[in-house]
Design a protein around this ligand. Structure first.
Ligand SMILES: *[C@@H]1O[C@H](CO)[C@@H](O)[C@H](O)[C@H]1NC(C)=O
Length: 527
Protein backbone atom coordinates (compact mmCIF):
# COMPACT_ATOMS: atom_id res chain seq x y z
CA UNK A 1 0.00 0.00 0.00
CA UNK A 2 2.18 2.87 -1.18
CA UNK A 3 -0.34 5.45 0.03
CA UNK A 4 -0.23 4.10 3.56
CA UNK A 5 3.52 4.39 3.80
CA UNK A 6 3.49 7.95 2.61
CA UNK A 7 0.70 9.03 4.87
CA UNK A 8 2.37 7.50 7.88
CA UNK A 9 5.60 9.31 7.22
CA UNK A 10 3.73 12.51 6.35
CA UNK A 11 2.21 12.53 9.82
CA UNK A 12 5.69 12.86 11.33
CA UNK A 13 6.09 16.30 9.89
CA UNK A 14 2.58 17.69 9.56
CA UNK A 15 1.89 20.01 12.48
CA UNK A 16 -1.82 19.24 12.58
CA UNK A 17 -1.43 15.60 11.78
CA UNK A 18 -4.10 16.19 9.20
CA UNK A 19 -2.69 13.57 6.91
CA UNK A 20 -3.33 10.83 9.41
CA UNK A 21 -6.64 12.32 10.59
CA UNK A 22 -8.15 12.08 7.17
CA UNK A 23 -6.41 9.05 5.81
CA UNK A 24 -4.92 6.96 8.59
CA UNK A 25 -7.46 4.18 8.61
CA UNK A 26 -8.60 4.58 5.04
CA UNK A 27 -7.68 2.21 2.27
CA UNK A 28 -6.45 4.09 -0.77
CA UNK A 29 -9.69 3.25 -2.59
CA UNK A 30 -11.62 5.10 0.11
CA UNK A 31 -9.32 8.04 -0.19
CA UNK A 32 -9.91 8.18 -3.91
CA UNK A 33 -13.65 7.92 -3.43
CA UNK A 34 -13.59 10.67 -0.84
CA UNK A 35 -11.68 12.95 -3.13
CA UNK A 36 -13.89 12.05 -6.04
CA UNK A 37 -17.02 13.12 -4.15
CA UNK A 38 -15.37 16.30 -3.05
CA UNK A 39 -14.28 16.97 -6.58
CA UNK A 40 -17.67 16.21 -8.00
CA UNK A 41 -19.21 18.86 -5.85
CA UNK A 42 -16.49 21.26 -6.71
CA UNK A 43 -16.57 20.66 -10.42
CA UNK A 44 -20.22 21.58 -10.45
CA UNK A 45 -19.43 24.80 -8.64
CA UNK A 46 -16.44 25.39 -10.90
CA UNK A 47 -18.52 24.83 -13.98
CA UNK A 48 -21.12 27.29 -12.78
CA UNK A 49 -18.49 29.90 -12.10
CA UNK A 50 -16.32 29.27 -15.14
CA UNK A 51 -16.33 31.92 -17.81
CA UNK A 52 -18.54 31.15 -20.75
CA UNK A 53 -15.99 32.42 -23.23
CA UNK A 54 -15.06 29.00 -24.59
CA UNK A 55 -18.59 28.25 -25.81
CA UNK A 56 -17.59 28.71 -29.45
CA UNK A 57 -15.19 25.74 -29.20
CA UNK A 58 -16.88 22.35 -29.52
CA UNK A 59 -16.78 20.01 -26.50
CA UNK A 60 -15.68 16.38 -26.78
CA UNK A 61 -16.04 13.60 -24.22
CA UNK A 62 -19.14 14.85 -22.46
CA UNK A 63 -21.79 17.54 -22.34
CA UNK A 64 -20.76 21.17 -22.13
CA UNK A 65 -23.83 22.17 -20.14
CA UNK A 66 -22.38 23.55 -16.89
CA UNK A 67 -24.01 21.15 -14.43
CA UNK A 68 -22.89 18.16 -16.44
CA UNK A 69 -19.24 18.95 -17.17
CA UNK A 70 -18.11 16.57 -14.45
CA UNK A 71 -19.36 13.70 -16.59
CA UNK A 72 -16.96 14.79 -19.30
CA UNK A 73 -14.20 15.11 -16.73
CA UNK A 74 -14.81 11.53 -15.58
CA UNK A 75 -14.65 10.31 -19.16
CA UNK A 76 -11.46 12.25 -19.77
CA UNK A 77 -9.71 10.86 -16.71
CA UNK A 78 -10.92 7.33 -17.37
CA UNK A 79 -9.95 7.24 -21.02
CA UNK A 80 -8.17 10.39 -22.07
CA UNK A 81 -6.67 8.64 -25.09
CA UNK A 82 -10.09 7.59 -26.39
CA UNK A 83 -11.67 10.99 -25.82
CA UNK A 84 -8.82 12.72 -27.63
CA UNK A 85 -8.96 10.28 -30.54
CA UNK A 86 -12.66 10.87 -30.89
CA UNK A 87 -12.15 14.65 -30.93
CA UNK A 88 -9.27 14.35 -33.37
CA UNK A 89 -11.29 12.30 -35.81
CA UNK A 90 -14.15 14.74 -35.67
CA UNK A 91 -12.27 18.05 -35.61
CA UNK A 92 -8.90 17.38 -37.22
CA UNK A 93 -7.07 20.57 -38.30
CA UNK A 94 -9.27 22.48 -35.88
CA UNK A 95 -9.73 22.85 -32.12
CA UNK A 96 -12.01 21.23 -29.55
CA UNK A 97 -12.17 21.28 -25.78
CA UNK A 98 -12.22 18.60 -23.09
CA UNK A 99 -13.25 18.94 -19.46
CA UNK A 100 -11.01 18.41 -16.47
CA UNK A 101 -12.56 18.55 -13.03
CA UNK A 102 -10.92 21.88 -12.43
CA UNK A 103 -10.69 23.41 -15.90
CA UNK A 104 -11.14 23.13 -19.65
CA UNK A 105 -8.27 22.21 -21.94
CA UNK A 106 -8.47 23.37 -25.55
CA UNK A 107 -6.98 20.76 -27.87
CA UNK A 108 -5.27 21.96 -31.02
CA UNK A 109 -4.82 19.54 -33.93
CA UNK A 110 -3.28 19.39 -37.40
CA UNK A 111 0.15 20.48 -38.57
CA UNK A 112 -0.74 24.09 -39.31
CA UNK A 113 -2.37 24.97 -35.99
CA UNK A 114 0.11 22.94 -33.94
CA UNK A 115 2.95 24.86 -35.61
CA UNK A 116 1.19 28.08 -34.68
CA UNK A 117 0.80 26.78 -31.11
CA UNK A 118 4.47 25.95 -30.65
CA UNK A 119 5.54 29.27 -32.19
CA UNK A 120 3.52 31.42 -29.81
CA UNK A 121 6.02 33.82 -28.22
CA UNK A 122 6.68 33.67 -24.48
CA UNK A 123 4.73 36.83 -23.79
CA UNK A 124 1.65 35.28 -25.41
CA UNK A 125 1.82 31.74 -24.06
CA UNK A 126 3.57 30.05 -21.17
CA UNK A 127 4.76 26.47 -21.16
CA UNK A 128 5.59 26.40 -17.48
CA UNK A 129 2.19 27.78 -16.40
CA UNK A 130 0.36 25.18 -18.47
CA UNK A 131 2.47 22.30 -17.23
CA UNK A 132 2.11 23.50 -13.71
CA UNK A 133 -1.68 23.61 -14.11
CA UNK A 134 -1.83 20.13 -15.58
CA UNK A 135 0.74 18.40 -13.37
CA UNK A 136 0.32 20.42 -10.17
CA UNK A 137 4.08 20.66 -9.83
CA UNK A 138 3.85 24.17 -8.43
CA UNK A 139 1.80 22.75 -5.57
CA UNK A 140 4.18 19.88 -5.04
CA UNK A 141 7.57 21.52 -5.47
CA UNK A 142 6.68 25.03 -4.41
CA UNK A 143 5.66 28.05 -6.44
CA UNK A 144 9.25 29.27 -6.71
CA UNK A 145 9.99 26.36 -9.03
CA UNK A 146 7.25 27.63 -11.28
CA UNK A 147 8.20 31.27 -11.19
CA UNK A 148 11.92 30.73 -11.69
CA UNK A 149 12.60 27.36 -13.35
CA UNK A 150 16.36 27.88 -13.61
CA UNK A 151 16.98 24.14 -13.96
CA UNK A 152 15.64 24.23 -17.52
CA UNK A 153 18.59 25.92 -19.28
CA UNK A 154 20.88 24.00 -16.94
CA UNK A 155 19.65 20.71 -18.35
CA UNK A 156 18.97 21.94 -21.87
CA UNK A 157 22.33 23.50 -22.55
CA UNK A 158 24.89 22.76 -19.83
CA UNK A 159 24.10 19.10 -19.25
CA UNK A 160 23.65 18.44 -22.97
CA UNK A 161 26.99 20.08 -23.78
CA UNK A 162 28.63 17.97 -21.08
CA UNK A 163 27.30 14.67 -22.43
CA UNK A 164 30.47 13.67 -24.25
CA UNK A 165 32.57 14.41 -21.17
CA UNK A 166 30.33 12.52 -18.75
CA UNK A 167 29.32 9.66 -21.02
CA UNK A 168 31.89 7.34 -19.44
CA UNK A 169 30.48 7.92 -15.97
CA UNK A 170 26.89 7.32 -17.06
CA UNK A 171 27.95 4.17 -18.87
CA UNK A 172 29.95 2.85 -15.92
CA UNK A 173 27.12 3.51 -13.50
CA UNK A 174 24.51 1.79 -15.68
CA UNK A 175 26.65 -1.32 -16.01
CA UNK A 176 27.34 -1.42 -12.27
CA UNK A 177 23.68 -0.77 -11.45
CA UNK A 178 22.39 -3.59 -13.67
CA UNK A 179 24.93 -5.94 -12.12
CA UNK A 180 23.63 -5.01 -8.66
CA UNK A 181 19.90 -4.88 -9.36
CA UNK A 182 19.26 -7.69 -11.83
CA UNK A 183 18.43 -11.00 -10.23
CA UNK A 184 20.86 -13.79 -10.94
CA UNK A 185 19.54 -15.36 -14.14
CA UNK A 186 21.59 -18.28 -15.29
CA UNK A 187 20.40 -20.50 -18.11
CA UNK A 188 16.91 -20.55 -16.58
CA UNK A 189 14.19 -18.11 -17.63
CA UNK A 190 13.85 -15.78 -14.63
CA UNK A 191 10.91 -13.38 -14.15
CA UNK A 192 12.03 -9.77 -13.71
CA UNK A 193 9.95 -6.78 -12.71
CA UNK A 194 11.42 -4.50 -15.37
CA UNK A 195 9.86 -1.27 -14.15
CA UNK A 196 11.46 -1.65 -10.71
CA UNK A 197 14.89 -2.43 -12.08
CA UNK A 198 14.55 0.43 -14.56
CA UNK A 199 13.70 2.95 -11.85
CA UNK A 200 16.67 1.89 -9.75
CA UNK A 201 19.09 1.93 -12.67
CA UNK A 202 17.87 5.30 -13.97
CA UNK A 203 17.94 6.83 -10.49
CA UNK A 204 21.48 5.68 -9.87
CA UNK A 205 22.90 6.58 -13.29
CA UNK A 206 21.20 9.99 -13.30
CA UNK A 207 22.47 10.77 -9.83
CA UNK A 208 25.98 9.85 -10.78
CA UNK A 209 25.64 12.93 -12.97
CA UNK A 210 23.44 15.02 -10.67
CA UNK A 211 25.24 14.59 -7.33
CA UNK A 212 28.13 12.23 -8.07
CA UNK A 213 29.79 9.44 -6.11
CA UNK A 214 29.36 8.24 -3.40
CA UNK A 215 25.84 9.61 -2.77
CA UNK A 216 24.52 8.19 -6.07
CA UNK A 217 25.11 4.70 -4.70
CA UNK A 218 23.50 5.23 -1.31
CA UNK A 219 20.56 2.81 -1.38
CA UNK A 220 18.52 4.91 1.06
CA UNK A 221 18.95 8.05 -1.01
CA UNK A 222 17.95 6.22 -4.20
CA UNK A 223 15.01 4.54 -2.53
CA UNK A 224 13.74 7.90 -1.34
CA UNK A 225 14.02 9.39 -4.85
CA UNK A 226 12.22 6.50 -6.51
CA UNK A 227 9.36 6.53 -4.02
CA UNK A 228 9.09 10.26 -4.30
CA UNK A 229 8.96 10.10 -8.11
CA UNK A 230 6.18 7.53 -7.99
CA UNK A 231 4.25 9.54 -5.39
CA UNK A 232 4.51 12.73 -7.45
CA UNK A 233 3.25 10.98 -10.55
CA UNK A 234 0.27 9.73 -8.60
CA UNK A 235 -0.37 13.03 -6.85
CA UNK A 236 -0.98 14.76 -10.11
CA UNK A 237 -4.17 12.74 -10.50
CA UNK A 238 -5.25 13.55 -6.96
CA UNK A 239 -4.67 17.22 -7.42
CA UNK A 240 -6.90 17.70 -10.42
CA UNK A 241 -9.77 16.35 -8.34
CA UNK A 242 -9.01 18.52 -5.37
CA UNK A 243 -10.62 21.90 -4.77
CA UNK A 244 -8.16 24.76 -5.25
CA UNK A 245 -8.04 25.82 -1.58
CA UNK A 246 -7.09 22.27 -0.56
CA UNK A 247 -4.60 21.56 -3.34
CA UNK A 248 -1.52 22.63 -1.39
CA UNK A 249 -2.47 20.55 1.63
CA UNK A 250 -3.35 17.46 -0.36
CA UNK A 251 -0.21 17.61 -2.50
CA UNK A 252 1.96 17.97 0.61
CA UNK A 253 0.18 15.11 2.30
CA UNK A 254 0.48 12.75 -0.60
CA UNK A 255 4.05 13.55 -1.61
CA UNK A 256 5.41 14.70 1.76
CA UNK A 257 7.77 17.14 0.09
CA UNK A 258 8.95 18.63 3.38
CA UNK A 259 9.87 15.24 4.73
CA UNK A 260 11.66 14.38 1.49
CA UNK A 261 13.59 17.65 1.56
CA UNK A 262 14.74 16.87 5.10
CA UNK A 263 15.61 13.31 4.26
CA UNK A 264 17.47 14.30 1.12
CA UNK A 265 19.44 16.88 3.09
CA UNK A 266 20.63 14.13 5.43
CA UNK A 267 22.32 12.35 2.55
CA UNK A 268 23.63 15.43 0.79
CA UNK A 269 24.55 17.61 3.75
CA UNK A 270 28.24 16.61 3.91
CA UNK A 271 28.73 17.41 0.21
CA UNK A 272 26.72 20.63 0.28
CA UNK A 273 28.36 21.94 3.45
CA UNK A 274 31.80 21.03 2.18
CA UNK A 275 31.22 22.87 -1.06
CA UNK A 276 29.56 25.85 0.59
CA UNK A 277 32.63 26.28 2.76
CA UNK A 278 34.95 26.23 -0.23
CA UNK A 279 32.71 28.60 -2.18
CA UNK A 280 32.88 31.10 0.68
CA UNK A 281 36.61 30.66 1.07
CA UNK A 282 37.69 30.89 -2.56
CA UNK A 283 34.79 32.61 -4.33
CA UNK A 284 35.48 32.95 -8.04
CA UNK A 285 39.08 31.87 -7.63
CA UNK A 286 38.19 28.30 -6.57
CA UNK A 287 40.38 26.60 -9.18
CA UNK A 288 39.20 22.99 -9.01
CA UNK A 289 35.57 23.81 -8.42
CA UNK A 290 33.39 20.85 -9.41
CA UNK A 291 31.64 21.22 -12.76
CA UNK A 292 28.52 19.16 -12.15
CA UNK A 293 24.77 19.54 -11.74
CA UNK A 294 24.90 19.92 -7.97
CA UNK A 295 27.41 22.74 -8.26
CA UNK A 296 25.44 24.49 -11.02
CA UNK A 297 22.37 24.36 -8.83
CA UNK A 298 24.29 25.58 -5.77
CA UNK A 299 25.70 28.52 -7.75
CA UNK A 300 22.22 29.54 -8.91
CA UNK A 301 20.74 29.23 -5.44
CA UNK A 302 23.53 31.38 -4.00
CA UNK A 303 23.18 33.93 -6.83
CA UNK A 304 19.47 34.22 -6.08
CA UNK A 305 20.01 34.42 -2.35
CA UNK A 306 17.49 31.58 -2.04
CA UNK A 307 17.29 29.28 0.98
CA UNK A 308 19.63 26.28 0.95
CA UNK A 309 16.67 23.90 0.89
CA UNK A 310 16.09 25.05 -2.70
CA UNK A 311 19.16 23.02 -3.66
CA UNK A 312 17.31 19.90 -2.57
CA UNK A 313 14.07 21.10 -4.13
CA UNK A 314 15.79 21.32 -7.49
CA UNK A 315 17.53 17.99 -7.04
CA UNK A 316 14.18 16.38 -6.24
CA UNK A 317 12.54 18.06 -9.21
CA UNK A 318 15.09 17.00 -11.81
CA UNK A 319 15.05 13.52 -10.31
CA UNK A 320 11.32 13.31 -10.67
CA UNK A 321 11.57 14.48 -14.27
CA UNK A 322 14.35 12.00 -15.04
CA UNK A 323 13.34 8.86 -13.17
CA UNK A 324 9.70 8.65 -14.00
CA UNK A 325 9.96 9.37 -17.71
CA UNK A 326 13.07 7.36 -18.57
CA UNK A 327 12.16 4.28 -16.55
CA UNK A 328 8.75 4.19 -18.21
CA UNK A 329 10.24 4.67 -21.66
CA UNK A 330 12.69 1.85 -21.07
CA UNK A 331 9.91 -0.44 -19.86
CA UNK A 332 7.66 0.41 -22.82
CA UNK A 333 10.48 -0.57 -25.17
CA UNK A 334 11.40 -3.73 -23.24
CA UNK A 335 7.80 -4.91 -23.41
CA UNK A 336 7.88 -4.63 -27.20
CA UNK A 337 11.12 -6.56 -27.29
CA UNK A 338 9.85 -9.29 -25.00
CA UNK A 339 6.56 -9.56 -26.91
CA UNK A 340 8.33 -10.02 -30.25
CA UNK A 341 11.80 -11.45 -29.53
CA UNK A 342 12.60 -11.60 -33.28
CA UNK A 343 13.53 -7.93 -32.92
CA UNK A 344 16.45 -8.90 -30.69
CA UNK A 345 18.60 -10.36 -33.50
CA UNK A 346 18.86 -7.23 -35.69
CA UNK A 347 19.45 -5.02 -32.63
CA UNK A 348 22.12 -7.32 -31.26
CA UNK A 349 23.90 -7.55 -34.59
CA UNK A 350 24.08 -3.77 -34.81
CA UNK A 351 25.18 -3.34 -31.19
CA UNK A 352 28.00 -5.89 -31.47
CA UNK A 353 29.25 -4.36 -34.69
CA UNK A 354 29.15 -0.76 -33.49
CA UNK A 355 30.57 -1.44 -30.02
CA UNK A 356 33.40 -3.49 -31.55
CA UNK A 357 34.34 -0.50 -33.70
CA UNK A 358 33.64 2.39 -31.33
CA UNK A 359 33.58 0.95 -27.81
CA UNK A 360 30.94 2.07 -25.30
CA UNK A 361 30.98 5.70 -26.40
CA UNK A 362 28.55 8.45 -27.26
CA UNK A 363 29.67 8.10 -30.88
CA UNK A 364 28.66 4.44 -30.78
CA UNK A 365 25.21 5.32 -29.45
CA UNK A 366 24.84 7.80 -32.31
CA UNK A 367 25.60 5.10 -34.87
CA UNK A 368 22.99 2.60 -33.70
CA UNK A 369 20.25 3.49 -36.13
CA UNK A 370 18.15 0.43 -35.43
CA UNK A 371 18.19 1.04 -31.69
CA UNK A 372 17.40 4.71 -32.21
CA UNK A 373 14.51 3.82 -34.50
CA UNK A 374 13.24 1.20 -32.05
CA UNK A 375 13.12 3.74 -29.25
CA UNK A 376 11.46 6.39 -31.41
CA UNK A 377 8.83 3.91 -32.54
CA UNK A 378 8.25 2.78 -28.97
CA UNK A 379 7.81 6.38 -27.92
CA UNK A 380 5.46 7.03 -30.84
CA UNK A 381 3.08 4.27 -29.80
CA UNK A 382 3.55 4.74 -26.03
CA UNK A 383 3.59 8.35 -24.98
CA UNK A 384 3.63 8.88 -21.23
CA UNK A 385 1.86 12.15 -21.70
CA UNK A 386 -1.23 12.10 -23.93
CA UNK A 387 -1.37 15.92 -23.95
CA UNK A 388 1.74 17.38 -25.55
CA UNK A 389 2.95 20.90 -26.38
CA UNK A 390 1.19 22.38 -23.36
CA UNK A 391 0.82 26.16 -23.28
CA UNK A 392 -1.26 28.62 -21.32
CA UNK A 393 -2.44 31.71 -23.19
CA UNK A 394 -1.24 34.78 -21.31
CA UNK A 395 -3.20 37.08 -23.58
CA UNK A 396 -5.93 36.52 -26.15
CA UNK A 397 -4.70 34.57 -29.19
CA UNK A 398 -6.42 34.04 -32.54
CA UNK A 399 -5.37 31.07 -34.66
CA UNK A 400 -5.20 31.35 -38.44
CA UNK A 401 -8.50 29.45 -38.78
CA UNK A 402 -10.14 32.26 -36.83
CA UNK A 403 -10.43 30.41 -33.50
CA UNK A 404 -10.33 32.90 -30.66
CA UNK A 405 -8.53 31.78 -27.46
CA UNK A 406 -9.09 33.92 -24.38
CA UNK A 407 -6.25 34.60 -21.93
CA UNK A 408 -5.92 31.94 -19.24
CA UNK A 409 -6.83 29.05 -21.54
CA UNK A 410 -4.69 25.91 -21.36
CA UNK A 411 -3.85 24.52 -24.80
CA UNK A 412 -2.29 21.23 -25.88
CA UNK A 413 -2.14 18.77 -28.75
CA UNK A 414 -3.05 15.06 -28.54
CA UNK A 415 0.00 12.79 -28.78
CA UNK A 416 -1.70 9.46 -29.47
CA UNK A 417 -4.20 10.67 -32.03
CA UNK A 418 -1.40 12.44 -33.91
CA UNK A 419 0.91 9.43 -33.72
CA UNK A 420 -1.77 7.00 -34.91
CA UNK A 421 -2.96 9.13 -37.82
CA UNK A 422 -2.48 7.28 -41.13
CA UNK A 423 -1.93 10.64 -42.82
CA UNK A 424 1.20 10.99 -40.67
CA UNK A 425 2.48 7.39 -40.69
CA UNK A 426 2.06 4.53 -43.13
CA UNK A 427 0.19 1.76 -41.29
CA UNK A 428 0.19 3.92 -38.16
CA UNK A 429 -1.41 1.26 -35.97
CA UNK A 430 1.49 -1.16 -36.45
CA UNK A 431 4.59 -1.25 -34.25
CA UNK A 432 7.28 -1.10 -36.92
CA UNK A 433 10.64 -0.71 -35.14
CA UNK A 434 12.74 -0.11 -38.26
CA UNK A 435 10.44 2.59 -39.67
CA UNK A 436 12.95 5.40 -39.19
CA UNK A 437 15.94 3.35 -40.35
CA UNK A 438 14.24 3.24 -43.74
CA UNK A 439 13.43 6.94 -43.57
CA UNK A 440 17.02 7.76 -42.65
CA UNK A 441 18.35 5.67 -45.51
CA UNK A 442 16.12 7.51 -47.96
CA UNK A 443 16.89 10.99 -46.67
CA UNK A 444 19.96 13.12 -47.22
CA UNK A 445 19.64 14.50 -43.71
CA UNK A 446 19.27 11.38 -41.52
CA UNK A 447 19.22 13.46 -38.34
CA UNK A 448 15.63 14.43 -39.17
CA UNK A 449 14.46 10.98 -38.09
CA UNK A 450 16.22 10.51 -34.75
CA UNK A 451 14.70 9.53 -31.43
CA UNK A 452 15.21 13.07 -30.12
CA UNK A 453 14.11 14.90 -33.28
CA UNK A 454 11.01 17.03 -32.85
CA UNK A 455 8.31 17.26 -35.49
CA UNK A 456 4.65 18.16 -35.55
CA UNK A 457 3.74 14.50 -36.11
CA UNK A 458 5.98 13.28 -33.24
CA UNK A 459 5.29 15.19 -30.05
CA UNK A 460 6.26 13.13 -26.97
CA UNK A 461 9.02 15.62 -26.13
CA UNK A 462 6.87 18.62 -26.97
CA UNK A 463 7.82 21.08 -29.71
CA UNK A 464 9.67 24.34 -30.14
CA UNK A 465 11.91 25.99 -27.64
CA UNK A 466 10.14 24.45 -24.64
CA UNK A 467 10.65 20.88 -25.80
CA UNK A 468 12.00 18.49 -23.13
CA UNK A 469 15.51 19.75 -22.35
CA UNK A 470 16.60 16.39 -20.93
CA UNK A 471 15.93 14.34 -24.05
CA UNK A 472 19.57 14.10 -25.18
CA UNK A 473 20.66 12.91 -21.77
CA UNK A 474 17.72 10.52 -21.57
CA UNK A 475 18.38 9.16 -25.06
CA UNK A 476 21.94 8.24 -24.13
CA UNK A 477 20.85 6.67 -20.87
CA UNK A 478 18.15 4.63 -22.59
CA UNK A 479 20.47 3.48 -25.36
CA UNK A 480 23.12 2.29 -22.92
CA UNK A 481 20.45 0.45 -20.92
CA UNK A 482 18.94 -1.21 -23.98
CA UNK A 483 22.39 -2.16 -25.31
CA UNK A 484 23.40 -3.64 -21.97
CA UNK A 485 20.28 -5.77 -21.76
CA UNK A 486 20.24 -6.92 -25.38
CA UNK A 487 23.93 -7.84 -25.34
CA UNK A 488 23.66 -9.76 -22.09
CA UNK A 489 20.22 -11.34 -22.01
CA UNK A 490 17.51 -13.06 -23.97
CA UNK A 491 14.06 -11.77 -23.08
CA UNK A 492 10.50 -12.90 -23.69
CA UNK A 493 7.07 -12.89 -22.12
CA UNK A 494 5.54 -16.03 -20.68
CA UNK A 495 2.88 -15.86 -23.36
CA UNK A 496 4.72 -15.21 -26.55
CA UNK A 497 3.54 -12.40 -28.80
CA UNK A 498 1.32 -10.79 -26.19
CA UNK A 499 2.39 -7.43 -24.85
CA UNK A 500 0.67 -6.35 -21.63
CA UNK A 501 -1.69 -3.42 -22.18
CA UNK A 502 -0.53 0.01 -21.05
CA UNK A 503 -2.29 1.35 -17.99
CA UNK A 504 -4.18 4.64 -17.84
CA UNK A 505 -3.52 6.55 -14.66
CA UNK A 506 -5.66 9.63 -15.18
CA UNK A 507 -3.50 11.99 -17.16
CA UNK A 508 -0.61 9.60 -17.57
CA UNK A 509 -0.18 6.42 -19.56
CA UNK A 510 2.21 3.87 -18.12
CA UNK A 511 3.52 0.40 -18.91
CA UNK A 512 1.70 -2.36 -17.01
CA UNK A 513 3.30 -2.05 -13.56
CA UNK A 514 2.67 -5.69 -12.65
CA UNK A 515 4.01 -7.41 -15.76
CA UNK A 516 7.18 -9.42 -15.52
CA UNK A 517 9.56 -10.14 -18.36
CA UNK A 518 11.45 -13.43 -18.48
CA UNK A 519 15.22 -12.96 -18.69
CA UNK A 520 17.87 -15.56 -19.45
CA UNK A 521 21.60 -15.06 -19.62
CA UNK A 522 22.47 -14.91 -23.30
CA UNK A 523 24.62 -17.76 -24.55
CA UNK A 524 27.89 -16.11 -25.57
CA UNK A 525 28.44 -15.53 -29.25
CA UNK A 526 24.80 -16.16 -30.15
CA UNK A 527 23.28 -13.36 -32.21
C1 LIG B 1 -5.73 18.49 -42.57
O1 LIG B 1 -4.76 19.32 -43.16
C2 LIG B 1 -3.85 18.64 -44.01
C3 LIG B 1 -2.85 19.66 -44.51
O2 LIG B 1 -2.09 20.16 -43.43
C4 LIG B 1 -4.58 17.96 -45.15
O3 LIG B 1 -3.68 17.21 -45.93
C5 LIG B 1 -5.63 17.03 -44.57
O4 LIG B 1 -6.41 16.49 -45.61
C6 LIG B 1 -6.56 17.78 -43.62
N1 LIG B 1 -7.46 16.81 -43.02
C7 LIG B 1 -8.73 17.09 -42.70
C8 LIG B 1 -9.54 15.98 -42.15
O5 LIG B 1 -9.20 18.20 -42.86
Amino acid sequence: MPFQTTFTSASDTMPLDLGSCIFASAESADVIRYLAYLALLLSVINALLSPANLRHIPTVGGPSFPFLTYRGAFNVLRDIKGVLRHGYEKYKNRTFKIAFPDRWVVVVTGKRLVDELQRLPDDAASFIQATSELTAFGYIFGQRMREDPFHVPMIGSRLTKHLTAIFGEIDEEIHAAFQDYMPDCGDEWTPVHVIDVARDVVARASNRVFVGLPVCRNPKYLDMLVHFAVDVARTRNFIVWTPAPLKTLVSKTVTNIDGRLKEGMQYLRPVIEGRTGLMKKFGDSWSDKPDDMLQWIMDEVVARNAPAEDILRNILFINFAAIHTSSNSFTFAMYHLAAIPEFIGPLREEMERVIAAEGWTKTAMGKMWRLDSFLRESQRVNSINPLAVQRMALKPVTFSDGTYIPAGTVLATPAYATHFDDENYADAAAFDPWRYVREKEQDLSPSKHQFVTLSSDYVPFGLGKHACPGRFFAANELKIMMTYVVMNYDVKFEQEGIRPENVHLGLAIMPDPKAKVLFRKRKSGEV
